[in-house]
Design a protein around this ligand. Structure first.
Ligand code: GLA
Length: 715
């Protein structure tokens, strides 16, 4: 639900208020729309006045020091613009001033227009009533009779209160090493978080969080944060200007962006969702998780809890056969898996990663009667069935490429760089879009699929679109992603029970855009359970544990050779959506028994883990020997604390992990998840205050061990 907007007719100040947050802007005497406040809720009659700036010196004319809500690149602007345009006559000066505003369906729309040229920008604002998270986007309209080229376009520019003590948190990584958190001071140097890869990428996440040094900690202090709902090349800029104002701009990445607006044409940006919390980094992420569940993820509050899945990729790779998959499915069912996913290798002449992407028909040598016998067996075992696809890609060695070599992104006459032996189909083309939708629609319908793991295993190179008009070729960056969203939304519309997982060589395409169509994501190909703790810590700073899958795989792990006990692997993987990816053919009775016990235990707490409030008690960072993460159910009735030991040094470490998020006055009984006796010194019941003040610690020893405590509220 959106918050009510205060913008009476004739108003010069507009504000959105919800959940302890106020966002306000106002029009000054010269007509500029100025940001006035974003942060802690203000009183209804607090002074909010937009004043025109005066020149500071010849080097800082009024136009350059006026903080604008969405500046055009013109006049004296030296900060990041909201939009940069070039007119047919060569003029490149764009100065946007307030023209009108209106409220439509709880959205505030503020129209800006150039002082002379027929170009307008409509800024759209909504605020989520439950969390105060603000949604901002912009639509540029060409109101003239000549084309106008846009060279840059942001969804929003945000302005923070003047200060010199801001610090930026951001997430970055690479394949199999995603989600590392970085911290940097916000100074006069522009910090850019971006992807130039055509998709979100493993590099920088389109997410930021800004706090104040010395004031902001895990549970206290102000945090301004946001994420761009876009799965293509993006750019987020963060800088403090010479007057101490911090600006965050976010939108299309201008590095190869251009869009020539025809007369009467409009271009709309994706949404930047941005929130404010006074509750530290932890409070900010809990608000954002809650917002995502309510407003972004498919199904909203009615969404299903993530089923426990088995995926056969790490067990069989491309070597899939009916008998081999049935054998694994039988074993997966024994341990309580609820979904069986057949990964890569089932289609066309796919025997390795050199061929067949594009040929989405079942390989009859591997599955002589198609997938039906496997699916029937999986269902008889009580599981639903999911399939891996990588629809946006094609191998040159495929029937699809042989039929349509012109369907890939390329510049004619130039080499077509391959990544993992594959090329990227140009989804910006409507014929490619329609082909993929038809193929996937038939695949889901013919097999009554419950689940698609949608992969995407390379970045763009030579992003040419030769059959588009020369001035429209760079639209590829926007048109591709829009057509991708079209396919995803259309598949979901036609198959309401279908669930989807977003994967891109692990976490290469995770963002609030793809999450609108994805029930879950695959955060990383790195399935090492210790690395995964850090990956999960980074992931959940931005995104909800509800969508964060992890698999229990084999030891030693393929990624780094680390050996870990099975219990530790389960305890690491069950901190989000649990999956199993081990080669079950290598397991003995002891492993099956342990796995069945852990899967059953997980099912008791998964509602709390996936939908609860996440507290980082002791994060698994900075070489911490011990870490602890806690989840408290939305109704406060259950909590679970995972305690993980990387390695022992000396003798017992007596430092307890102190609970958070419990009701101090309530009584909680405590037990070990998965069974077993409580350690000495841990009472079977005590008040929330006791657990939060005194804490508790499992007597873990050795390397890579873990335990989890469940708190059940008694009154
Ligand atoms: C990517 C995915 C893996 C697996 C392989 C299959 O790497 O991230 O999980 O699906 O592709 O080729």
């Amino acid at each position: 639900m959106n918050a009510r907007v205060s913008a009476p007719a004739g108003a010069r100040v507009f504000r959105l208020d919800a959940a302890g947050v106020t966002y306000a802007m106002g029009v000054d005497e010269r007509g500029y729309l100025q940001p006035l406040h974003w942060g802690l809720a203000l009183a209804a009659d607090d002074p909010l006045i937009a004043r025109a700036a005066a020149e500071l010196s010849g080097f800082d004319p009024a136009g350059s020091i006026t903080a604008q809500e969405f500046p055009g690149q013109g006049e004296g602007l030296v900060a990041e613009p909201g939009v940069k345009a070039a007119f047919a006559d060569g003029n490149r000066d764009l100065v946007l001033k307030y023209r009108a505003h209106r409220v439509e369906d709880d959205a505030l729309l503020v129209e800006l227009a150039d002082i002379d040229r027929p170009v307008s920008v409509t800024l759209r604002y909504v605020m989520d009533a439950g969390t105060g998270v603000l949604g901002r986007s912009a639509t540029v309209a060409n109101e003239g009779i000549e084309p106008v080229r846009l060279d840059r376009l942001a969804a929003a520019v945000l302005t923070l209160p003047v200060g010199d003590d801001y610090c930026l948190h951001y997430l970055s990584g690479r394949h199999a090493a995603e989600w590392t958190r970085h911290t940097a001071p916000v100074g006069p140097a522009l910090t850019l978080l971006e992807s130039r890869r055509g998709s979100t990428g493993h590099g920088n996440q389109p997410w930021f969080a800004v706090g104040r040094d010395g004031l902001t900690s895990e549970e206290h202090g102000p945090v301004w944060y946001g994420a761009l709902a876009w799965s293509g090349s993006f750019r987020i800029g963060v800088a403090r200007d010479n007057l101490g104002r911090v600006r965050v701009s976010a939108g299309y990445n201008p590095h190869d962006f251009a869009w020539t607006l025809k007369p009467a044409e409009v271009l709309e940006t994706p949404v930047l969702w941005a929130g404010y919390s006074g509750g530290g980094w932890g409070g900010a992420s809990r608000d954002f998780h809650r917002f995502q569940a309510a407003r972004i993820l498919p199904g909203g509050a009615a969404a299903r809890l993530r089923p426990v899945l088995y995926n056969s990729w790490e067990a069989t790779a491309f070597d899939v056969t009916l008998d081999g998959q049935v054998a694994l499915a039988e074993k997966a069912a024994r341990i309580g898996a609820e979904r069986f996913v057949l990964d890569d290798g089932w289609f066309g002449e796919r025997h390795g990663d050199r061929a067949a992407l594009g040929d989405w028909t079942v390989n009859r040598a591997k599955f002589p009667d198609g997938l039906a016998p496997l699916i029937a067996r999986v269902r008889a075992l009580g599981m639903d069935f999911g399939l891996w696809v990588e629809p946006e890609m094609v191998n040159p060695d495929s029937d699809l490429y042989r039929a349509h070599p012109d369907w890939v992104l390329h510049h004619p006459g130039r080499p077509r760089t391959e990544g993992r032996n594959q090329l990227v189909l140009n989804l910006a083309r409507d014929d490619v879009r329609d082909h993929l939708l038809a193929v996937l629609d038939a695949l889901v319908r013919d097999h009554d699929l419950a689940f698609l793991k949608w992969d995407y295993n390379r970045n763009w190179t030579e992003a040419g679109w030769p059959d588009a008009a020369a001035e429209d070729r760079q639209r590829v960056h926007v048109a591709y992603v829009r057509n991708l969203y079209h396919i995803l939304s259309e598949l979901r519309r036609r198959h309401p029970a279908l669930e989807m997982e977003a994967c891109s060589g692990g976490g290469g395409r995770v963002d609030l855009g793809i999450l609108a169509w994805s029930d879950q994501v695959w955060p990383s190909d790195n399935t090492d359970p210790f690395d995964r703790l850090a990956i999960q810590d980074g992931f959940t700073r931005a995104y909800s544990p509800q969508v964060m899958m992890a698999w229990v795989t084999d030891s030693p792990n393929w990624a780094n050779g680390r050996r870990t006990p099975l219990d530790y692997r389960f305890l690491s993987a069950m901190q989000g959506g649990l999956g199993i990816g081990a080669n079950l053919n290598h397991w003995g009775e002891a492993e099956f028994a342990a796995a069945a016990r852990w899967v059953a235990a997980y099912k008791e707490v998964r509602g709390t883990v996936q939908r609860g409030r996440l507290y980082r008690i002791d994060p698994p960072l900075d070489d911490a020997a011990a870490s602890a993460t806690m989840y408290v159910s939305a109704d406060g009735g259950q909590a679970v604390m995972f305690q993980m030991l990387r390695g022992s040094m000396f003798r017992d470490d007596p430092t307890p992990h102190r609970a958070r998020g419990l009701d101090a006055a309530a009584t909680y009984a405590v037990r070990m998840l998965g069974g077993g006796l409580l350690p000495d010194g841990v009472p079977p019941r005590a008040s929330g205050a006791w657990w939060m003040a005194r804490g508790l610690r499992a007597p873990l020893k050795g390397d890579y061990s873990g335990a989890a405590f469940v708190f059940d509220r008694e009154n």
